[in-house]
Design a protein around this ligand. Structure first.
Ligand code: FES
Length: 584
């Protein structure tokens, strides 16, 4: 191929009629432009890749340490096909990957670090639009948060769920059945050998957890918010149609750059409300709360925990674990998110999507093919199943509970607290035969908030005491400042804010105290005299820090509480100014 010298754009190319962001990287006939193009050409890209066509970043969280995202290298190829076909120039780049089941102390500690990686990668490199390839729980929100702070045209392609788990003729749901089986082993109802044998049957293909856990919840919400193409959430990871979806997404992002359709045009107050409504309808994860609050902070939408109360009356339509019995593969074949959005269409706020049109057009023509998987709005699986926000002197800035995964009669009662000061104390004592608890006890766990653990892990659904499990107890009230997995279930009150380690009232609770909960009235009260609480506070000391250096130290010093999405204080908002200084 002939060297093109300073001829860096084809004459008459319509692509040059719009001044693109990438031109200040690749469009200059000077030393800086030479250096950037020349080094990119070392990969075999031809001259015309730099002729002014849209440069599209493919932000990939592929990693063998994030098994849920292990299909993303292949999907990136599909995205590239679409981008080339539409006249763009695809460039794939890696960012930190967060393997939910693999990271210690918790992947959530690193969600904001991923967001920083994504934000700075997008800002520093010469791209005009970005496709986010994520899937496992924290990767989708982390990528969206980072991308929102730069605010280019942006679209999501998710990993897609694993195939249904199978074992001895029954279906296995990742996460949800692990917990049930672990309890069954404790109760002597399942052998350890059978428990271990389910391990391989549970994960039969690549992809994210195939229950309506956090990953599939967040993927479902990308459709409810219109930031991915329709069917993104439920198409199985190994379904050929997911590759076609990736291809079509590549085509669409090039058009979005031409239309200057930015992330902030799609992620708006209305789309957040649609996400909150849809999250209730699908029986989605409680983790959606912290992720949506954090994303709202990035785009400047004034979303608060109280806004989640709009979901209280929304019925549960999707019969998927952990709130129901089916799995994501079944959800896909029943019609997936387009069918759900069609059922709740009368509740959805007008909102623009990545298609450029309103959410109403996004699900137009969608049908349900199995009413036992996706219920009709008028005959739901459960009425009024949305998340409940609880407040009171135990949680002045709020706490949440997921009624669809809880035991109804446990949501309206008083009980006596049994307190674990740390996760280590809980693990060392929960199965003691002489643990002084009954089925009516409220288990309370401290030190699991954003600062305390740190990273707000998914330990809020504490294991039940062995002695009660053997008596047939399968649920108890549990209260903490932590989170729980989207695949988990039970009467679990989460995200108590402010957290204990930050001096929240949770820090003052002692074994034997009475606590009142009412999901219906939104109450979480510690029934202890104010004078006694003042005396306890006078004697309270914050726990010593677990980390004294590095990112974790910075995280603890800057992380916001759960009711603000647990983002870092200095990452809230965005900076869309052009980068004008050169590196050479
Ligand atoms: Fe990655 Fe469930 S652990 S999606």
């Amino acid at each position: 191929m002939e060297f093109s010298g300073n001829h860096v754009g084809r004459e008459g190319n319509a692509a040059l009629t719009r001044e693109r962001r990438s031109r200040s990287w690749y469009g200059m006939a000077d030393k800086d432009g030479f250096i950037r193009r020349s080094w990119m050409k070392s990969q075999g890209f031809p001259d015309h890749a730099f002729d002014g066509r849209p440069v599209i970043g493919i932000c990939n969280t592929w990693s063998e340490l994030t098994p849920c995202n292990s299909g993303l290298r292949d999907l990136a190829e599909g995205v590239k096909r679409g981008i080339w076909e539409a006249g763009g120039f695809p460039v794939e780049f890696p960012v930190m990957s967060l393997g939910e089941t693999q990271m210690k102390p918790t992947a959530m500690l690193f969600r904001n670090l991923l967001a920083m990686d994504v934000e700075e990668s997008i800002r520093a490199y010469g791209m005009d639009g970005v496709v986010l390839l994520g899937g496992c729980d924290k990767t989708t929100p982390g990528q969206l948060m980072g991308a929102a702070s730069v605010d280019l045209p942006t679209i999501v392609v998710s990993s897609g769920p694993m195939l249904n788990g199978k074992w001895k003729g029954r279906e296995l749901g990742s996460g949800t059945d692990v917990r049930k089986f672990a309890t069954a082993v404790k109760a002597g109802e399942m052998t350890l050998a059978d428990f271990m044998a389910t391990e391989s049957g549970m994960s039969r293909s690549r992809g994210v957890c195939m229950t309506m856990g956090t990953a599939s919840t967040m993927a479902s919400l990308t459709e409810a918010m219109g930031i991915a193409l329709p069917t993104n959430a439920a198409l199985p990871a190994v379904d050929a149609r997911r590759m076609a979806l990736a291809h079509m997404t590549g085509r669409r992002i090039v058009e979005m750059v031409e239309e200057d359709l930015k992330l902030s045009d799609v992620v708006t107050r209305a789309s957040f409300e649609n996400a909150i409504i849809a999250n209730a309808a699908v029986g989605g994860s409680t983790n959606a709360v912290v992720h949506l609050l954090a994303l709202a902070g990035r785009v400047g939408v004034d979303l608060e925990l109280a806004d989640f109360e709009i979901s209280g009356d929304i019925p549960l339509l999707v019969n998927c674990m952990p709130s129901g019995k089916y799995l994501m593969e079944d959800f896909c074949y029943a019609g997936g998110m387009p069918a759900v959005l069609a059922e709740i269409a009368h509740l959805l706020r007008p909102a623009r999507t990545v298609l450029g049109s309103d959410i109403a057009a996004y699900h137009e023509g969608a049908e349900c093919y199995n009413r036992d998987v996706i219920y009709a709005f008028d005959t739901p699986l459960q009425p009024a199943a949305g998340l409940r926000v609880l407040r009171g002197n135990l949680a002045p800035r709020g706490a949440i509970v997921k009624p669809s995964a809880a035991t109804g009669e446990l949501l309206e009662r008083d009980g006596e607290a049994f307190v674990f000061e740390t996760i280590e104390e809980l693990k060392a004592n929960i199965d003691r035969e002489d643990l002084p608890v009954t089925a009516d006890t409220f288990l309370v766990l401290k030190g699991c908030g954003p600062k305390g653990y740190p990273g707000m892990p998914e330990v809020g659904d504490m294991p039940l005491p062995a002695k009660l499990v053997k008596q047939g107890v399968r649920d108890m009230v549990r209260i903490s400042d932590g989170r729980m997995s989207g695949t988990a279930f039970g009467t679990v009150i989460l995200h108590v804010s402010p957290e204990a380690s930050d001096g929240g009232p949770l820090a003052l609770v002692r074994t034997g105290d009475r606590i009142r909960i009412s999901a219906r009235r939104g109450i979480l009260e510690l029934l202890v005299d104010d004078g006694e609480l003042v005396a306890r506070r006078a004697g309270w000391k914050p726990p010593p820090p677990h980390y004294t250096r590095g990112y974790a130290k910075m995280y603890v010093e800057h992380v916001l509480q759960a009711d603000q999405g647990a983002d870092l204080d200095f990452l809230v908002g965005k900076d869309t100014r052009p980068v004008t200084r050169e590196s050479h």
